[in-house]
Write a protein that binds this ligand. Structure first.
Ligand SMILES: [Zn+2]
Length: 447
């Protein structure tokens, strides 16, 4: 008899049940196979929309429920987002928003575009914010940054970021493994053991914060090691805190360690890295970075300081217009290294520390970068006041003998500060600050 004969056409009850079962099995198989093709597409190692904004936005709209609700609420259709400029139609989702979103819609606030079961790991950062690791090698894109920093296959590398709860340890680990390095997963603390292992294993690479690298070197000296003879560090990739130029120079001169920085966040991994010139961060092609006005979300022209807003071309966690809360600016000139990718001019602090002066967002770290090379400046304060309804910016710079400072130096510094801060201000040299420990003093009254 025919297998798929309908009931009542000559088959027995047993045949009918078998037919029903077969049809269901076939349908189930078809559904599973369609689902698995989709899953394969979504989870393939090769990002299907690498650098293609149109595909990314459509994909995130289809698979990340929060992104769909965000566009729907703004009455923006995904096909309206075709260029970088169009992105401004999408509101910025700030890092702090993730706390609420994830609490309301666990585990990842509707930004996940795959089943949570497809992830490799999930981490917990302060906030609390959960950070996913998708199922791809070097998910956070550190390999290139490591290679440019001088790490090579076969290097033994001491990775001192935490492997516990937060993603730092695994982030660097994944990039190092992709590059072919041998990882010593040291994690944080245990400085004595870190020194002993570095010497015994002839470790050549270091990843971690710059201050912890210095702590290891100092501890080695205390323990009777000669850092240059008994330790073998050659390359270091640091992040997590600013690297002052003086500290970088010390690593190079005193310890012969070439130290490179990256710009990374727990949410998206490495977004910017240094080339051999070490003048700013080249932007990774896995992310689209915009520098935006922290209040309006509008993209700012090169040279102006604003929030780093990233769009992440990733099939597992396609964050779009994600406001990191970090401040930087895009550099105007192309890098002399020949790589034409845009560069960020370094870390300018977090939103909240800066203020607006004459309509420009200014931050004390901008001043810090200008005065760093000048030994004459022992400290600074930005003082903002109002005169005739105009903001007035004054830089108080500390020097033990203010009268000894030349007029040439003062005008040179005023010029450099104007170039970086984008607001003109006069310098006042002072012996001491009236109110210590404050980098910004806002005397404006809005009454
Ligand atoms: Zn370069």
């Amino acid at each position: 008899m025919q297998k798929d004969a309908p009931p009542g056409c000559g088959g027995t009850i047993g045949d009918f049940v078998l037919n029903l079962f077969d049809r269901r099995r076939v349908r189930l198989k078809q559904e599973l196979s369609r689902e698995s093709t989709l899953e394969k597409e979504r989870n393939s190692q090769k990002t299907p929309f690498q650098g293609n904004l149109i595909e990314l936005v459509q994909y995130a709209y289809d698979y990340a429920p929060y992104f769909r609700s965000l566009l729907d609420a703004e009455a923006v259709r995904p096909d309206e987002i075709r260029t970088r400029e169009d992105l401004q139609k999408i509101p910025v989702t700030h890092k702090d928003d993730l706390i609420q979103l994830q609490a309301k819609n666990p585990p990842l606030g509707g930004w996940l575009a795959q089943k949570a079961g497809r992830l490799r790991r999930v981490f917990l950062s302060p906030g609390p914010i959960f950070d996913p690791e998708g199922d791809t090698d070097d998910f956070w894109h550190f390999e290139k940054a490591l290679r440019l920093a001088g790490f090579r296959a076969g290097d033994i590398v001491q990775n001192t970021f935490s492997y516990h709860m937060t993603p730092g340890g695994f982030m660097l680990d994944a990039g190092l493994r992709k590059l072919g390095c041998v990882v010593f997963p040291a994690g944080v603390g245990n400085t004595n053991l870190q020194v002993q292992a570095a010497a015994a294993l002839k470790i050549t690479g270091y990843t971690g914060t710059p201050s912890f690298l210095m702590a290891i070197l100092k501890k080695a000296e205390e323990m009777g090691y000669h850092p240059k003879r008994d330790l073998h560090y050659r390359a270091a990739l640091v992040t997590g805190e600013p690297l002052p130029p003086s500290l970088r120079e010390r690593f190079q001169k005193e310890y012969s360690i070439a130290v490179y920085q990256v710009y990374a966040t727990a949410d998206i991994g490495c977004a910017g890295f240094e080339c051999g010139r070490r003048e700013g961060w080249h932007l990774s092609r896995e992310t689209l970075v915009q520098i935006c006005d922290p209040a309006s979300g509008e993209e700012l022209p090169p040279g102006e300081t604003g929030e780093i807003v990233v769009t992440h071309f990733d099939p597992a966690y396609p964050l779009i217009r994600f406001g990191t809360g970090d401040l930087s600016f895009q550099m105007k000139d192309p890098c002399p290294c020949g790589n034409s990718s845009p560069r960020l001019g370094g870390y300018m602090g977090r939103i909240g520390e800066g203020i607006k002066v004459k309509g420009m967002f200014v931050h004390p770290n901008q001043v810090q970068t200008v005065v760093n090379p000048y030994s004459e400046v022992e400290g600074f304060q930005m003082v903002v006041s109002r005169k005739a309804h105009q903001d007035v910016l004054t830089y108080r710079l500390k020097n033990p003998d203010p009268d000894s400072v030349s007029a040439e130096l003062t005008s040179e510094l005023e010029q450099k500060l104007r170039d970086v801060v984008k607001v003109a201000g006069k310098i006042e040299w002072v012996r001491a600050f009236e109110v210590p420990d404050r980098r910004i003093i806002d005397l404006r009254r809005w009454e």
